[in-house]
Design a protein. Structure first.
Length: 291
């Protein structure tokens, strides 16, 4: 049976993964075609589906760098040591004998405490286990739609405090990631973002929450926690999620501030190597005043 295709795209095949989030892309070869028209079409597909699994690519780190920079400038990454000679690419390596937890196996947003969190994250599958190691996503656009009018009004007045405390330690635990920067300095970073945001390019509203939002500005952690927990529970409904099964040569892109993601720790005994890069995002903009 033919898969349902998004009819609005004809430059390549766009096959939605669920009713609300994610799509598979086939029929594009980014190593040879990352010109402006292809990139513009992929950005339009990403704006609609928020997560894209572009199948059957053949990218080495240098080519990934060229493809990524066609999407926009590097966001910077104050945590990880990049590959030699490629400031914007980090290798995530998991060996068959590794026993520590997998990097990113909790619901999070990448570098959410940066003043401009990366707008797009790209992860390329270089070595992929025969089974396991999927990446799951949930839509913060759907989470925003699920809020009651009263909650929208409340959140419209609040800003979240996003803390980098502990980020260094979590990454150090994997034992395989080179870390750059100063742990003590990073642990002190706290950044304020509006809670109910609109994406400048599309006007789409999303609920900007994640696991590093510790409190609301002007409220204590104890006062904030029940609301944050409620918002996370709202965002983590199965009907807002998609799950991407990896293949070697998949380039996964996501609209970072509009989704949460988690790695799945279920592939002990297998090697997994991915290359990650990020595209500069935007200063978070509050959504229009509540209805
Ligand atoms: C990440 O959390 O950015 C990595 C996700 C993955 O390796 O599946």
């Amino acid at each position: 049976m033919a898969m349902h295709r998004d009819p609005d795209f004809d430059r390549f095949e766009v096959v939605p993964l669920t009713g609300v989030l994610g799509a598979e892309i086939r029929g594009v070869d980014l190593a040879h075609d990352h010109g402006p028209e292809t990139i513009a079409a992929l950005k339009a597909a990403l704006a609609r589906h928020l997560v894209l699994a572009i199948r059957d690519q053949n990218l080495d780190p240098q080519t990934l760098h060229r493809v990524a920079r066609s999407f926009g400038p590097f966001s910077g990454n104050p945590v990880h040591t990049p590959l030699p000679g490629l400031d914007d690419i980090v290798a995530f390596v998991r060996e068959p004998t590794d026993r520590d937890s997998v990097v990113g196996d909790h619901w999070h947003m990448d570098l959410a405490w940066m003043p401009k969190p990366p707008g797009i994250v790209m992860l390329y599958g270089e070595t992929i286990p025969p089974v396991g190691g999927d990446t799951c996503f949930t839509s913060l656009v759907q989470a925003a739609k699920a809020l009651s009018p009263g909650m929208r009004r409340l959140l419209g007045q609040l800003r979240g405090v996003h803390s980098a405390r502990g980020v260094y330690a979590v990454n150090a635990r994997s034992g395989r990631l080179g870390l750059s920067g100063d742990q003590r300095e990073l642990d002190r970073v706290e950044t304020l973002h509006p809670v109910l945001c609109a994406q400048p390019e599309t006007g789409r509203e999303y609920l900007l929450i994640n696991n590093v939002m510790t409190r609301f500005d002007g409220l204590t952690e104890a006062e904030s926690r029940p609301i944050i927990d409620h918002l996370l529970a709202t965002a983590l409904r199965p009907e807002f999620m998609c799950r991407v099964r990896w293949q070697r040569g998949t380039l996964l892109l996501w609209n970072n501030p509009l989704v949460l993601h988690t790695a799945i720790d279920d592939y002990r005994g297998y090697r997994r190597v991915t290359y990650r890069t990020t595209v500069e995002g935007w200063t978070q903009v509050p959504a229009q005043a509540a209805d």
